[in-house]
Design a protein around this ligand. Sequence first.
Ligand code: ADP
Length: 301
Amino acid sequence: RITVVGSLNIDMVVTTPRLPVLGETILGSGFMTTPGGKGANQAVAAARLGGNVSMIGCTGDDIFGNSLLSNLAVNHVDIEHVKVIPSVSSGVAMIMVKDGDNSIIVDPGANFMLTPEMIDSAEEEIKRSDVVVIQLEIPLPAVERAVDLAKKHGAIVLLNPAPARELPDVLLSRIDIFTPNESECETLTGMKADSIGAAKDAAVFLASKGITHPIITLGGSGAVYGNAGKIFHRPAPEVEVVDTTAAGDCFSAAVALALSRGKNIAEAVEFGNIAGALTVTRKGAQASLPTPSQIAALEEK
Ligand code: ADP
């Protein structure tokens, strides 16, 4: 069983011929709203892969909150511990897309109302979890309490440090699995991870902080992982890239699911690479998250 502690956002996407300047109104096109937020993406990814998943987080009491909750429920994520906060908006990301690139404003809204006490009220859920998955789109005290409770009950702690921010050493020393991508790795360590060799050096540094298993994801180059003793590289399957959105979310979720099923770290990274690679072959965030049969088809190739 997996518990995901994290964010839920509605992504509001509009395509624009150019970015408006202050005071200007211009016409865009192709507006759509889709459920997102790293926490919700990872919860849906793990559930779609066949995991038993519950989520701890907050939405506002607005129409977006309703649709975020129903989206999780439709995807078989247990929403008992998602709190609806009165008089606060749900987290939203306003995304302007121009020539395939984007400018984004995120209003975390209810996500920033997640308190340590709310984590405490879900202690029974954490107690029955094999893995607790956390990201950084929620307040740090909530992250720290989730780590405390996971450790207290012997669950594996997977922290996906996104978006990257400075973290206390004492927190790092309690993390079992840590999954930065290349740029997050650089922000966190000050070391480049732009080649397999450089990423291995950064992983050694992260391990020296007391992280049991750093895993640095390297996009199409797969991931490096290991522990203080030895760092390995595992390539990703070669696939046709359509849209890389949510690849990292799917990778972390797949690693968590594999570990919750008793797989070792090498097997978990292998599974993460396959799931992450499948995610980039299709458009969208949650829409592109793979199913077990799609995994099996790629494994047979
Ligand atoms: P993020 O999405 O957080 O930026 P990455 O780009 O490192 O993270 O991707 C996460 C994982 O997704 C990679 O480790 C890999 O397993 C898979 N992946 C991403 N891009 C590709 C790609 N072009 N080809 C194959 N696998 C990919």
